[in-house]
Ligand binder design. Structure first.
Ligand SMILES: Nc1ncnc2c1ncn2[C@@H]1O[C@H](COP(=O)(O)OP(=O)(O)OP(=O)(O)O)[C@@H](O)[C@H]1O
Length: 271
């Protein structure tokens, strides 16, 4: 993309973002693991075409909040979520919601790349097949190719689609997992420390990819790296001891945060 077009795309995205279209809205979200309360009445929204970074010291509840957004906490015994979370205008905790469909709309990429022990092709085609997105082999081929393109992996794997996904390098596996999430046409992508198992070069590639994906998706990323939050996100939310301390424009958050706890954390004074 040339500089001019890139600036135009950035500008258009900025305008979209400033219109404060919320893709997801979280109101008074609390989470309990048995008797233990891990989140306290968190009010946090996910903006469209925006990367939102969740930061804060270990154990502050970042992953717990992330998992609320596609009901991954349902899979944890003893975990109870209260409050309200809406995707567009739909309450995702409504008992009538189809959770499998929800998790296709709100996809997830985990800390450790977790491709299925199947071929690269099958890793990506599985979701579209079970969700009935592809009607023919040609449809599937097209989805596999376009998802790999979107994840910046096509050129590296196009000649080895039938080889196992687990044979790829760690960074390639993570981009495969991103391609797998993208293949079911999600609206939101959740990423839980997606680069923590990657080397700096693979990390840079995934960060670049996150930057590009923002054009089409809303992204929420948990990260321990302040540099990463500053590089990839437009909004940042700071958690501490299960509370949302502050949510702000990333630029402001890293230059002039409203809350002293944010300042302390960013300056490495705790956590
Ligand atoms: N499955 C679980 N069962 C019981 N307690 C849990 C579970 N998962 C998380 N917790 C607790 O909930 C709190 C928040 O944990 P969470 O993993 O959300 O924090 P985090 O900010 O993502 O931490 P980290 O940065 O270390 O990954 C912690 O006190 C943690 O011990």
């Amino acid at each position: 993309m040339n500089m001019l077009t890139e600036t135009a795309v950035e500008k258009a995205l900025e305008q979209k973002m400033n219109a404060t279209a919320y893709k997801m809205v979280g109101r008074t979200v609390s989470v309990y693991y048995g008797e233990k309360r891990a989140l306290f009445d968190v009010n946090l929204n996910v903006r469209e075409n925006t990367v939102t970074a969740l930061i804060g010291p270990s154990g502050c509840g970042k992953s717990t909040f992330l998992r609320c957004l596609n009901r991954m906490n349902d899979t944890i015994d003893n975990c109870r979520v209260t409050g309200e979370i809406k995707l567009d205008d739909e309450d995702i905790y409504d008992p009538d919601i189809d959770v499998v469909e929800l998790r296709a709309r709100v996809g997830m990429v985990f800390q450790k790349p977790n491709p299925f022990p199947k071929s690269i092709y099958e890793n990506i085609s599985y979701g579209p097949r079970i969700h009935g997105i592809a009607r023919s082999k040609a449809d599937l081929d097209q989805i596999v190719e376009s998802s790999l393109h979107k994840a910046g992996l096509w050129n590296e794997v196009k000649d080895r689609l039938q080889e196992s996904g687990t044979g790829l390098s760690g960074g390639q596996q993570q981009r495969l997992c991103i391609a797998r999430a993208v293949a079911v046409s999600p609206e939101v992508i959740l990423m839980d420390e997606p680069c923590s198992a990657l080397d700096p070069i693979a990390t840079a590639k995934v960060e670049e990819l996150i930057h590009e994906l923002r054009e089409n998706y809303s992204i929420v990323i948990v990260t321990h790296s302040m540099q990463q939050a500053a590089r990839v996100s437009q909004r940042t939310a700071m958690f501490h001891l299960g509370n949302l301390v502050e949510e702000n424009d990333t630029d402001k958050m890293f230059t002039n945060p409203d809350d002293p706890r944010t300042q302390d954390y960013i300056m490495g004074r705790f956590g």
